[in-house]
Design a protein around this ligand. Structure first.
Ligand SMILES: C[S@@+](CC[C@H](N)C(=O)[O-])C[C@H]1O[C@@H](n2cnc3c(N)ncnc32)[C@H](O)[C@@H]1O
Length: 257
């Protein structure tokens, strides 16, 4: 079921481009079950148990939102891409997750949520520091009293240390291949990944830009938005952050909490 809440400002075309181009293959790239999804669910259940209300920013095809709803969370997802949301509703025929089309860089909510989740590097898809701070301000306003926001991002070190253009190959299906070229601009803290998909003789290119924030910068941006980081880990299993960690998990709460 698609609802109007939370209220959003007009969706920028840029923010929908990734989802519009990848919706048909997204579920092959990121399967909706397995240990990664289970450990994310366990993490959230420990943090704020169901039936908490949960807003997922950049909900995509529902890879996380649908399992969370099945574990008793009341889940609303926002995404800029109608094609990703159409897939989500195909994957969720009983309508356990409600959705709205919108840009989470300009989030304006009518409701308050116990949890706000931004997973799989999606926060870094906002391409400027200003948009990232605006997003955090929107999250501040979206949190219920005692609520918590959770972010899963890549560890900036993983890309920052790539001083030369790099290529990565992935398997999509028996006759489909994913080829990523990765280029990092260290000064701008930005990563350009061009996903080239070769599928049944068809070839398409999908550029993805992300802007990484270092942990200390993330802390400051959160503070500017009236939030504070109350937890930081290297994975959903709460392992400690190291330079080698592939990802960062942040828990953020309102400063007044
Ligand atoms: C990497 S996917 C993650 C999807 C899902 N959260 C998951 O973990 O599988 C990022 C999603 O964020 C959406 N997205 C990117 N920028 C956005 C923006 N500014 N506003 C709303 N959605 C956005 C994309 O359309 C895409 O569905």
């Amino acid at each position: 079921m698609t609802t109007e809440a939370p209220r959003q400002r007009a969706t920028a075309e840029d923010s929908s481009a990734y989802g519009e181009s990848l919706a048909d293959v997204y579920d092959s790239l990121y399967p909706a079950s397995g240990p990664a999804v289970d450990s994310m669910v366990a993490f959230l259940r420990e943090l704020r148990p169901a039936p908490a209300s949960l807003l997922e920013l950049g909900v995509g095809t529902g890879r996380l939102a649908i399992p969370l709803a099945r574990h008793g969370y009341r889940v609303h997802g926002v995404d800029a891409s109608p094609a990703m949301l159409a897939k989500l509703h195909e994957n969720d025929p009983t309508g356990e997750v409600t959705t709205s089309v919108g840009d989470f860089g300009a989030l304006a909510v009518d409701e308050r949520y116990d949890l706000v989740l931004t997973a799989l590097n999606t926060f870094f898809m906002l391409p400027t520091q200003e948009q990232q701070i605006n997003c955090l301000r929107g999250i501040h306003d979206a949190l219920a009293d005692g609520g918590a926001a959770v972010f899963e991002t890549y560890n900036p070190q993983v890309y920052h240390r790539l001083t030369e253009a790099t290529t990565r190959v992935g398997h999509l299906a028996p006759d489909a291949l994913l080829l990523d070229t990765i280029q990092v601009n260290q000064s701008l803290q930005s990563v350009l990944v061009v996903h080239t998909i070769m599928d049944s003789g068809r070839l398409r290119k999908v550029p993805e830009v992300s802007r990484y924030a270092w942990p200390a910068e993330f802390d400051v941006m959160a503070r500017l938005a009236g939030l504070r980081v109350t937890g930081r880990w290297a994975d959903w299993d709460r392992s400690p952050v190291t330079d080698q960690a592939e990802k960062h998990i942040y828990v953020v709460e309102r400063q007044s909490v």
